[in-house]
Design a protein around this ligand. Structure first.
Ligand code: CMP
Length: 139
């Protein structure tokens, strides 16, 4: 049965003109884009999206970064796509992400933070359902 995940091209990815490259890799893998929208997220949406990170030291910089410019949100469908997109994305920190992954090939580390890592992908079926509901309430 097809699974769905929420993919975000974060503000750094959009600003660097990498939206098409990210979506190209998603489609090349055989996944289907079933919803797609560019928007600038507000604090309320981001507080819910990142609820599990509230209280962590990087929470405030993360939210500040995520609202700093438009993001491209997509619902992506395919077999084991939650795990598959995280594999395409690579590890959270771009420096250590494997070549061949989005973060490994395209991500930059700016020294102190791994906040700016180009993309987000849901980490579990529960997160995917919750995040898709937040970003695409009509789905
Ligand atoms: P994401 O997949 O969107 O989920 C949480 C985000 O928090 C993560 O990608 C990074 O952008 C950021 N993040 C995770 N861990 C850290 C950390 N240790 N320091 C700063 N930012 C982090």
């Amino acid at each position: 049965p097809a699974e769905r995940t929420l993919v975000l091209v974060k503000p750094d990815g959009v600003a660097r003109g990498l939206t098409g490259e990210v979506l190209r890799r998603v489609e090349a893998k055989g996944y289907r884009i079933v919803a797609l929208e560019m928007r600038t997220a507000d604090d309320a949406l981001l507080a819910e999206h990142y609820a599990e990170h509230q209280g962590k030291p990087f929470f405030a910089p993360l939210v500040e970064f995520m609202r700093s410019g438009p993001v491209v949100a997509a619902v992506v469908e395919g077999g084991r796509v939650i795990e598959g997109f995280r594999s395409l994305a690579g590890t959270t920190e771009p420096t250590g992400a494997a070549p061949g992954t989005i973060r490994g090939d395209l991500g930059r580390d700016w020294g102190t933070s791994v906040v700016q890592n180009l993309v987000h992908g849901s980490d579990s079926p529960e997160s995917a359902a919750r995040e898709i509901g937040l970003w695409f309430p009509a789905l």
